[in-house]
Ligand binder design. Structure first.
Ligand SMILES: NC(=O)c1ccc[n+]([C@@H]2O[C@H](COP(=O)([O-])OP(=O)(O)OC[C@H]3O[C@@H](n4cnc5c(N)ncnc54)[C@H](O)[C@@H]3O)[C@@H](O)[C@H]2O)c1
Length: 339
């Protein structure tokens, strides 16, 4: 049994807490901390049997019984909290991104390497554990589509975030497309060599005023020679649109959206099926539970984590390359981006 503490009790902190409570039998949540925790969340945590409900995360760091922490707080706190947890000798599951700055992630990487304990550090790229994307990966790995030649990832949110959020988010490439860039690496089994990114403000002028775009595409070249395309939109009126396709020398494998049911209604007016599930909290619940289960398994069995600090670092490099490409209107090689 691994005793864990959860830092940050917002949307994703509650998701991970519920995942552990309902389906990670090898983990026990000892405590949860959030300086702005609402009374209702605190009451829910106590009712769920969580012994320590704190405002100050240091109570978790100082508790010798806590072996692993889940960092689920706002992005700008991840690197600092990671450093504190590593210094306290705790295994870490950190939500993406570790930080928006490469040198800060480098500090976390160095602290892990310097730790006298062999600590696990997993980053929250949950889509690798989604049942649909996992099926694509399995088909590619089994050689069913031959040599990978082309990958396409579409990722479109149902509604844009508030402009206030956009300011601190690092922009669409670091905040949103980071998952899709990681998906290209995951599905291809190769690395991204070069990207060409374009973006536009087509949905909300306030996002433009905050210095970001709400619509973006990236064309990428992989080291194994495959080509790839990503499209992102902050607003798809029909719901959370999450699809991917891998095309190769022997065939193609693709996945569509998850829906509440597979019912299709056919009438004289037309043929209608369900819309995609609304957003990430509906669409990716299974993947959130699977990633935490695997993290705990790595701690218990002392095996390597599925997504480590190097993947977290690379994802930011890729996001920064996309940003630079869009700003400079030119293809950018990933090795141009250095801390
Ligand atoms: N992997 C995914 O699919 C996914 C999905 C959503 C969010 N995230 C990531 O998770 C993080 C949190 O996002 P969210 O949507 O839950 O945001 P949120 O605003 O709902 O929750 C963040 C919480 O962190 C708390 N917090 C801030 N500083 C803290 C500190 N020092 N100690 C403890 N708590 C602190 C805030 O009070 C807030 O309650 C972000 O970094 C985001 O990028 C990942």
């Amino acid at each position: 049994m691994v005793n864990v503490g959860i830092i940050g009790a917002g949307r994703i902190g509650q998701v991970h807490a519920r995942s552990i409570l309902t389906g990670v039998p090898d983990a026990r949540i000892l405590s949860i901390a959030d300086p702005y925790m609402s009374e209702s969340v605190a009451a829910w945590a106590r009712e769920a049997g969580i012994e320590g409900v704190y405002k100050d995360h240091r109570k978790i760091m100082e508790d010798p019984r806590v072996e692993a922490v889940l960092i689920c707080s706002s992005t700008d706190t991840h690197a600092q909290l990671s450093l504190e947890a590593i210094a306290a000798g705790k295994h870490v599951f950190c939500e993406k991104p570790i930080d928006q700055k490469l040198d800060r992630i480098g500090e976390v990487k160095a602290a892990l390497a310097a730790s006298p304990k062999s600590l696990k550090y997993q980053v929250g790229f949950n889509r690798r554990f989604d049942h649909n994307f996992r099926a694509l990966k399995d088909a590619v790995d089994a050689g069913k589509i031959g040599e990978v030649q082309f990958i396409r990832v579409s990722s479109r949110d149902p509604e844009p975030p508030p402009a206030g959020y956009v300011k601190g988010s690092g922009g669409i490439f670091l905040d949103m497309m980071i998952h899709d860039l990681d998906m290209l690496r995951y599905l291809s089994g190769s690395e991204i060599e070069e990207v060409y990114a374009t973006g536009a403000v087509l949905i909300d002028p306030a996002i433009g005023a905050a210095g970001d775009v709400d619509t973006a595409t990236v064309s990428a070249r992989m080291k194994n020679g495959a080509l790839a395309l990503i499209d992102n939109s902050r607003k798809a009126v029909y719901g959370y649109d999450q699809r991917a396709e891998v095309f190769g020398s022997k065939g193609c494998v693709a996945c569509g959206n998850d829906t509440a049911s597979s019912a299709v209604l056919s009438t004289a007016e037309g043929v209608v099926s369900e819309k995609p599930l609304w957003f990430f909290l509906q669409r990716y619940m299974g993947s959130y539970q699977a990633e935490v289960r695997l993290f705990i398994e790595s701690v218990v069995k002392d095996t390597p984590v599925a997504v480590g600090v190097a993947d977290g670092l690379l994802s930011i490099k890729l996001g920064l390359a996309c940003k630079k490409s869009m700003e400079e209107h030119r293809p950018v090689r990933i090795d141009e981006i250095n801390p």
